[in-house]
Structures are given as structure tokens and as C-alpha cells.
Design a binder for this molecule. Structure first.
Ligand code: NAD
Length: 451
């Protein structure tokens, strides 16, 4: 079976990609297991060096990878360049890990007690379509650094940059079989990662619905699992905030990547006394978001990834929706949707479900307790922002919001050097940051008797 890859900006066919079968998936996993045994035997410094070479190969291909992501995913070129460079940075960061996977020496009676961080073996990484290469690197870089082999299944709509990364790894000298990209259907390749016993861990990023299924499947073998799932994050704006800045940045906290971002601040909560003023400031900020040709250096937002997804996002904004105002988007071919600001009731579907498109809902709140209560009234807990000039309140609210990644007076979520992941149904485990390689190891305790 082949899958047709379509350019989201004009609906034209880019290429076709062969979907892997169960037998091909099993063969890739078997090759990975063999490569892993050799990889784990290498000196830590050599593993680190090879990861640095892989990073160098990605560095040399930043423009190529970015152009590929523009065509496959419709990401604006400036964003796609950042993504490719981020993959390089993640590889560089974790290339230092093989020599720093310290065990411990624990004082005990009668001998010496030490711990080792042993690799798991083969790790299966399953990625979504919204940030294809960056999210893949969050899994494969620390997993490889910790001595594992990786099989990567990219999302059906967006496999091209992952496939290219697989080739770059080989060019850089990573052993055959150590890092393989296995394109194909979630129900075939993805499920096989769950059921094949040689795969010792699954790292899944995607919808909460599929994530639950994967977790249940992994339970059969007590297989390790990391889940990065959906979000419905709150951007809380207090009356004492720099309102101009809060309003000017709010569109970028939710419309980046056309809102196809698990960290999108898709609920804006505004203290009632400044609600009207905030909306006055937000309207021109939304109108100013530059939506258009992803190849244009000045474009800030591109199209949605696929027609199916466009239809899904549209279903959240029916003709009678409470639309406050909208930005603009190209018409014609491609999967375009203009940035949209809604003012629904707190219990509306748009206020509760992840839309994963350029749609944001704004709500007034009464006081700090009301803001925190509504922010937490969600099954998700991935990200969020707090705007206030009161440092104590900033810290207090950041501690009170049940979410894995919060920023005060900014919308930052992802840095490769800091941990990322969700509370509640937004996920399980953490990626990135200094501890990520540990999530790809088992701790082994060894006691040596001393006579
Ligand atoms: P999805 O769950 O439909 O698919 C994700 C991946 O899982 C794809 O590769 C898909 O082919 C595969 N898959 C589907 N069914 C499977 C099965 N039964 N077994 C194994 N694999 C299967 O999600 P999507 O539509 O690609 O991505 C959007 C979702 O991802 C959103 O909910 C978003 O919030 C979430 N997301 C979360 C994060 C995070 O870090 N928390 C990051 C990005 C995206």
C-alpha cells in the first residue's frame, strides 16, 4: 500500500510513500535489536561522538529539512528552519549524555553497592503530524544516547522529514539498523510496536484517545511507556498585567503552527475589570497575524495540515458560533482557516475539547480563585501562561495550575534543556531536560561482597 503526500498550501500531490507491513515492521525491530547489542558495547565517548556527527549532518541539512517540512506540513519557512535546527540542538545536547549516565555508590554494610543505568533495548517512537521532526528527536536522541536502538513511526500525513533524518543518520555513520524510520499506518506499524515483545518501550505523542489505547496495550507486557497527549491550556491575564503585551502576544500563544500545537493557549481567561480593554487590544493583534504562503519569509501562519483536519476544525465554528472577531486567510486551494476568536460559555464544547486549529475562546473571570478553578476544570494539563506584574501572584498561580509547563509573562513551553510533559490526561512521563535519558534505562543495583 502507498500513501499519497499532499502539500497543505495548495492541495497538490508531493510524492507517495510506501506503507510498511507487519512483517516489515518485525524485520526492522529484529535489525534494531541486533544493532543495539553492538551500540551498547561501544565506549560511551564513541557513542557521544557519533551523535555529534549525526547533529552535524542535520546542521548541514537545515535548509533542506525545512523546505521539506514546508511542502509536507505547510509550516512557515522561518518556523520550519527553527524546527530543523532544534533537532540538531537536541542531538548535540544528548550527545553529552553517554559519558554522564552516572550510577550511584550507596553506603551499605559488608561490601560495595553500585547502580548502573542499563539501556532498555529497542525503543519504538510514534509521532504525530503537527511537529514531525522535533517531536521525533525528543524520543530518538535521548534513547540513542542511553544505549538503545530506535524504530520511529512518523504520522501518516507527514513522514518526509523523519525519513530524511533516517538517511542522515546513516550518512553520519550511525550503524545500520540502529535508527530506522518505519512509515505506515498506526493500526499496523504503531500497534506492532506495542505488541512485539522485542520493543521494550513505546514513546507516543498524539491524541489522548490513541494514547490510552497504547497504554492499555503496553500493560499486557508491562512495557514502559511515555505519553505526550492533548491539551486545552489557559492563558490567564490579570488586571495588573502589561495588557498591551499580553494582548499583542496572545495570538502567538495559540495560533502558532495554525493552532496545531499541543501547548496552544486555546482558552484566554481575562480578569473581568479589564476584559473589554483586552478585547479591544486583541482584535488588531489577531488581524495582524500574517497568514499565507508558507514559503514567504514574512508568513507567520500557514494552512492546516489536511482537508480532513480542516473539516474537523470547521465543525467547532458553526454559523451560529459566538465569534467575536477573525483574522484573514487566503482563499482557494489549500487547507486555510482564518484565526478565530470565540466567546463561548464555559461549558461549551469549544471551551472543553482540544480543537487543534487557530481557534481561541476568551472568558472573563472574577478573581484569582475563579481563574485557577476554571484553568483546572479540564481533563488536560499540559501548558499555560500567567500575565501579572505581581511576582508573588505569578508564582502562586503557577504553583496552583495543574499543568506541566507554565510561563509567567511569556508563552514559552519548549526548551530542550528543560523537562516537558503533561499532568492528568495530557500525558505520562517527561521528555527533554537533563533527565530524559534516564527514562530510557533500567536501574540495576549490584552488591559486591568485601571479605
Ligand atoms: P493521533 O493520536 O491520531 O496519531 C498519533 C500517531 O499515532 C500517528 O503516528 C498515528 O499513525 C499513530 N496511531 C494511530 N492509531 C494508532 C494505534 N492504534 N496504535 C499505535 N499508533 C497509532 O494524533 P495526531 O492527530 O497525529 O496528533 C494530534 C494530537 O497529538 C493532538 O491531540 C495533540 O495535542 C497531540 N500532541 C501532543 C503533544 C505533546 O507533547 N503532549 C505534542 C504534539 C501533539
Amino acid at each position: 500500500m502507498t500513501r499519497t503526500i499532499v502539500n497543505p498550501a495548495d492541495g497538490k500531490v508531493v510524492t507517495t510513500v510506501e506503507s510498511s507491513t507487519i512483517e516489515q515492521t518485525d524485520a526492522a525491530i529484529a535489525r534494531a535489536a541486533e544493532a543495539q547489542r553492538e551500540w551498547a558495547r561501544l565506549a560511551p565517548a564513541d557513542r557521544g561522538r557519533m551523535l555529534r556527527r549525526f547533529a552535524d549532518a542535520v546542521d548541514g541539512a537545515v535548509e533542506e529539512l525545512a523546505a521539506l517540512e514546508v511542502r509536507n506540513s505547510g509550516h512557515p519557512i522561518t518556523q520550519a528552519r527553527w524546527e530543523a535546527a532544534h533537532v540538531r540542538d537536541v542531538l548535540e545536547y544528548y550527545s553529552a549524555s553517554p559519558e554522564r549516565l552516572f550510577g550511584r555508590q550507596i553506603p551499605v554494610a559488608g561490601g560495595l553497592d553500585v547502580t548502573f543505568q542499563e539501556p532498555l533495548g529497542v525503543v519504538g517512537v510514534i509521532t504525530p503530524w503537527n511537529f514531525p521532526m522535533t517531536i521525533a528527536s525528543w524520543g530518538f536522541a535521548p534513547a540513542l544516547a542511553a544505549g538503545n536502538a530506535v524504530v520511529l513511526k512518523p504520522a501518516d500525513w507527514t513522514p518526509l522529514t523523519s525519513l530524511r533524518l533516517g538517511e542522515l543518520a546513516l550518512t553520519a555513520g550511525l550503524p545500520e539498523g540502529l535508527f530506522q524510520v518505519v512509515p505506515g499506518a498506526g493500526s499496523v506499524v504503531g500497534e506492532r510496536f506495542v505488541t512485539n515483545e522485542t520493543v521494550r518501550k513505546v514513546v507516543f505523542t498524539g491524541s489522548t484517545e490513541v494514547g490510552k489505547r497504547i497504554m492499555a496495550g503496553c500493560a499486557e507486557q508491562v512495557k514502559r511507556v511515555t505519553l505526550e497527549l492533548g491539551g486545552k491550556s489557559a492563558n490567564i491575564v490579570f488586571a495588573d498585567a502589561d495588557l498591551e503585551r499580553a494582548a499583542a502576544t496572545a495570538p502567538y500563544g495559540v495560533f502558532e503552527n495554525a493552532g496545531q500545537d499541543c501547548c496552544a493557549r486555546s482558552r484566554i481567561l481575562v480578569e473581568r475589570s479589564v476584559y473589554d480593554r483586552f478585547m479591544e487590544l486583541l482584535e488588531p493583534a489577531v488581524a495582524n497575524v500574517r497568514v499565507g504562503d508558507p514559503n514567504d519569509e514574512s508568513t507567520e501562519m500557514g494552512p492546516l495540515v489536511a482537508r480532513e483536519h480542516l473539516d474537523r476544525v470547521r465543525s467547532f465554528v458553526p454559523d451560529d458560533a459566538d465569534v467575536a472577531f477573525r483574522g484573514s486567510a487566503p482563499t482557494g486551494d489549500g487547507f486555510w482557516f482564518a484565526p478565530t476568536v470565540l466567546t463561548p460559555a464555559r461549558d461549551a464544547r469549544t471551551a472543553r475539547d482540544e480543537i487543534f486549529g487557530p481557534v481561541v475562546s476568551v472568558f472573563p473571570f472574577d478573581d484569582e480563585a475563579d481563574a485557577v478553578g476554571f484553568a483546572n476544570a479540564s481533563r488536560f494539563g499540559l501548558s499555560g501562561s500567567i500575565w501579572t506584574r505581581d511576582l508573588s501572584r505569578g508564582i502562586r498561580v503557577a504553583r496552583a495550575v495543574e499543568s506541566g509547563n507554565l510561563s509567567v509573562n511569556s508563552h514559552s513551553s519548549v526548551r530542550y534543556s528543560t523537562p516537558f510533559g503533561g499532568f492528568k490526561q495530557s500525558g505520562l512521563g517527561r521528555e527533554l531536560g537533563p533527565d530524559a535519558p534516564l527514562a530510557f534505562t533500567e536501574t540495576k543495583n549490584v552488591f559486591l561482597a568485601v571479605d
